[in-house]
Design a binder for this molecule. Structure first.
Ligand SMILES: CC(C)(COP(=O)(O)OP(=O)(O)OC[C@H]1O[C@@H](n2cnc3c(N)ncnc32)[C@H](O)[C@@H]1OP(=O)(O)O)[C@@H](O)C(=O)NCCC(=O)NCCS
Length: 351
């Protein structure tokens, strides 16, 4: 399985006609479909864990994550979700279509879902994906005509059936996201910082400034856009976010005032440790704002996290990086002792 390499443009493949209306057509498995509701959260959590164990066993969806989705102001389960049941009542498929607000750089609809491992190869995923593409097209129809409109779906490379299905329905693999891990029993380098920069632990008082730094630094990150306050608050208030393992770089500007110029924000999901085979933390977000790059700030922030994670008694640190990051993030992590493990593929189609 290979993504296109040497991509000349960041824009995904354009298509004008999406498959819709396939629900109700003759199908091999008589699946009964309905939208999900909040009452389904526990069933969906068990279902996504089962799908996850088959497709991406090292990072399973948490119950809090599913509940969070149902609490998002822009997710309307009645229109944006579909779950399917076999005749015996078994939950066999789940699909959601999420279109985050703040469509400043681009409008996105993100497809999430899966089919029960015992019910694959029967056309159920195809039917579900066709519905998701149609729903995404409806969501994106409300975007300003001036911004690009992207449908996005991600899958682990090992889950080859997902990638095959995305391709069949007209999506294209645009990007690899490389998972990396770093053992903590190996030396952690001391990084010298310029005199006008200091590294501190994340605090609630600096949360808003960190959010601004995140939005500013991720402008050149593929498929990214500003995070809404809602999404940011969910992230920093979630049970897995670890402020004590997250760091901010404060830089002093020419006017003598300090501001957040960089960050490493980390989570710990103990549920994943059994499948991973080690205890670990995950660095979810790393960024340094323009004007402060190339001063080893990201290295220093990562080193601070690695040290804190080791002091915590954890064995490894993981993260995921766009393998074609225009700002050199992959080199940064390789230089800090991270090594590649699995890959995630990003599939896109532009409307
Ligand atoms: C990636 C990013 C965090 C780097 O921050 P930074 O503070 O400039 O990085 P550092 O100065 O610590 O650089 C450390 C190493 O990274 C690598 N690196 C950094 N920028 C690079 C670039 N543009 N091209 C190639 N390698 C680069 C180099 O190996 C560098 O080591 P060197 O200075 O000894 O050559 C920053 O550019 C950024 O915020 N990018 C946008 C957001 C993003 O992509 N985050 C990562 C998401 S996974």
């Amino acid at each position: 399985m290979e993504c296109r390499t040497g991509i000349q443009t960041d824009a995904p493949r354009r298509r004008t006609v999406l498959p819709t209306d396939t629900l109700g057509s003759a199908r091999p498995e008589a699946v009964r479909w309905r939208p999900a509701t909040l009452a389904d959260v526990d069933d969906l959590w068990h279902f996504t864990r089962m799908v996850g164990r088959a497709d991406h066993p090292y990072h399973l969806t948490t119950r809090e994550g599913i509940e969070r989705d149902f609490g998002l102001s822009y997710f309307h389960p009645e229109q944006d979700s579909l779950i399917g049941f076999a005749p015996d009542g078994t939950l066999v498929a789940m699909g959601m279509v999420m279109s985050p607000p703040l469509r400043e750089l681009r409008a996105r609809s993100i497809l999430v879902g899966g089919v029960h491992p015992d019910y694959r190869g029967r056309g159920i995923g195809r039917e579900l994906l066709a519905w998701q593409l149609g729903r995404a097209a409806e969501q994106l129809a409300t975007a300003a005509p001036t911004v690009p409109r992207w449908i996005l779906a991600y899958t682990d490379e090992a889950a080859y059936r997902n990638a095959r299905l995305f391709r069949r329905l007209g999506m294209e693999c645009a990007r690899y996201f490389q998972s990396l891990e770093r053992r903590l029993d190996q030396p952690i380098p001391d990084i010298d910082l310029p005199g006008d920069v200091r590294v501190v632990r994340f605090t609630a008082e600096l949360s808003q400034a960190a959010h601004e730094a995140r939005d500013s630094s991720f402008q050149d990150h593929w498929a990214s856009q500003p995070m809404s306050d809602e999404a940011w608050d969910f992230f920093v208030a979630s049970g897995k976010f670890r402020p004590d393992l997250s760091y901010l770089a404060l830089g002093t500007g020419p006017d003598g005032t300090e501001k957040v110029v960089g960050f490493t924000l980390a989570t710990v999901t103990e549920d994943d440790w059994v499948n991973q085979g080690y205890t670990g933390s995950h660095v979810d977000l790393v960024g340094v704002i323009d004007g402060w790059r190339g001063k080893h700030i990201a290295r220093a922030l990562l080193a601070a996290h690695l040290r804190a994670a080791r002091t915590e008694g954890l064995a490894r640190v993981t993260l995921i990086v766009d393998s074609e990051s225009p700002t050199g993030a992959l080199n940064l992590y390789l230089g800090m002792g991270f090594t590649p493990t699995t890959r995630r593929l990003a599939f896109t189609v532009e409307l």
